[in-house]
Design a protein around this ligand. Structure first.
Ligand SMILES: [Zn+2]
Ligand SMILES: [Zn+2]
Length: 324
C-alpha cells in the first residue's frame, strides 16, 4: 500500500489504477491463473457436480476456492446418453477461460458403469463404446485429460487377461478419438479390480501403443488401502519413489486427495475427509509441499461434513503450504 492520499477525485483515480492492475494480471500466469500465490504451483480443487448444465461445474469450483476440478461427463446410470449439446460445450469452454482455468487442471472422471477389462462380452463392448463416447465429449469440451478406473476381472479371468482387455480398449479409443490422454486411476485392491499395485498399471501402459496418450492419477485413499503406507513418516516420498521406479513419474497426471476410513492395506474404497481418517493430516502436508506434484490437478473426493465441506478442506490444504 502506498501513502494515504486525500481528496475524492484523487481517490477515484487510485481506485481506477487499482482495478486496471487487477485486470492486467501477470501474463506468465495466463492459462494457470488460478494458482494460489502462497503455495508454489499447487492446483488444489475438488470433484464438482454438473446438475443444471455441465458449465455450472466451473462456477462451483470457483465458489469453493478451487484451482482445479473434476467432473462426470453425464449420468452415472445410463450406458447411452443424449449427445453433448454444442451450446452447453461452448458455454463450458467460455466459463473455463473466463475464470482462468488451464484445461490441464481439469480432470473428467469416467463413468462407474464401465469395465474395460470385463470378461463379459456385452459389458466389454458397451464399455469400449462408452470410453470412445467420453473421450469425444472431452474433445468437445476442450479438455485433454480423462481419468477412469481400469477395470475388473470379476474373478473370472486372470489379471493378465484383464490387463490385455483394458489396453485393447484404450488402443481402440485412441484410434477413434483425437488427442485426449487416458488417465488410469490406481485402485484400492477391492474385489477383483486391477490397478491396485503400481506394477499392474505399468503392465497396462506397456501394452498401450501411443504412450503419449496414457497417464496415471494416484488416489491417496486407494493407495493406502492397497498397502502403500502414506501415514508413515516419509510415506508420501516413499510412495512417489516407488511409483517412479515401477511406472515413471512422467506418467503422473493427477492426484485424488482423500483420507481413508479403512486401515492400511484394508483394500476398502472408503474415502474420508482430510485429516479425519487413517492417513492423517501430515501426509497431506507432505503432498502440498511436494515439488514433484506441481502443475497437476490435486482433487478432493471426500464425503464432506457440516462445516468441513470442500471449501474448508481446500482452505485447510492451502494453509498447510510452507512455501510462501
Ligand atoms: Zn475414481
Ligand atoms: Zn479417486
Amino acid at each position: 500500500m502506498g501513502p494515504k492520499k486525500r481528496g475524492g477525485a484523487r481517490k477515484r483515480k487510485n481506485e481506477d489504477a487499482l482495478s486496471r492492475d487487477k485486470e492486467e494480471e501477470d501474463p506468465e500466469e495466463r492459462g494457470g491463473r488460478r494458482r494460489r500465490k502462497n503455495c508454489g504451483n499447487k492446483y488444489i480443487g475438488a470433484h464438482v457436480g454438473i446438475q443444471g448444465g455441465i458449465w455450472k461445474a466451473v462456477e462451483s469450483c470457483v465458489e469453493m476456492g478451487g484451482s482445479s476440478f473434476a467432473l462426470f461427463l453425464g449420468s452415472q446410470r445410463s450406458w447411452k446418453r443424449p449427445a453433448l449439446d454444442p451450446t452447453a460445450a461452448a458455454k463450458f469452454q467460455e466459463q473455463v477461460s473466463l475464470h482462468g482455468f488451464d484445461p490441464a487442471h481439469i480432470l473428467p472422471h469416467g463413468s462407474y458403469l464401465m469395465n474395460c477389462g470385463s470378461p463379459k462380452e456385452d459389458v466389454f463392448e458397451k464399455s469400449q463404446a462408452l470410453l470412445v463416447d467420453e473421450l469425444s465429449r472431452c474433445s468437445l469440451l476442450g479438455l485433454n485429460l480423462y481419468n477412469f478406473h481400469p477395470g475388473s476381472s470379476l474373478g473370472i479371468i486372470t489379471t493378465e487377461q484383464c490387463v490385455d482387455k483394458i489396453a485393447a480398449s484404450i488402443n481402440h479409443a485412441h484410434q477413434q478419438t483425437p488427442a485426449v490422454v487416458t488417465v488410469l486411476e490406481n485402485m484400492s485392491g477391492q474385489g477383483s479390480t486391477v490397478g491396485g499395485k503400481f506394477n499392474e498399471l505399468r503392465s497396462i501402459i506397456d501394452k498401450v501403443r501411443d504412450q503419449t496418450r496414457v497417464g496415471v492419477c494416484l488416489d491417496t485413499c486407494h493407495a493406502f488401502a492397497a498397502g502403500y503406507d502414506l501415514a508413515a513418516e516419509g510415506g508420501v516420498t516413499a510412495m512417489l519413489d516407488e511409483f517412479d521406479k515401477e511406472v515413471g513419474l512422467h506418467y503422473l497426471k493427477a492426484i485424488h486427495l482423500n483420507d481413508s476410513k479403512g486401515k492400511l492395506g484394508c483394500n476398502l474404497d472408503r474415502h474420508e475427509d482430510i485429516g479425519k481418517g487413517h492417513i492423517g493430516i501430515s501426509a497431506f502436508r507432505d503432498i502440498v509441499n511436494e515439488p514433484r506434484l506441481e502443475n497437476i490437478p490435486l482433487i478432493l473426493e471426500t464425503p464432506g461434513r457440516p462445516g468441513f465441506e470442500y471449501a474448508e478442506q481446500i482452505e485447510l490444504l492451502y494453509s498447510l503450504c510452507e512455501k510462501k
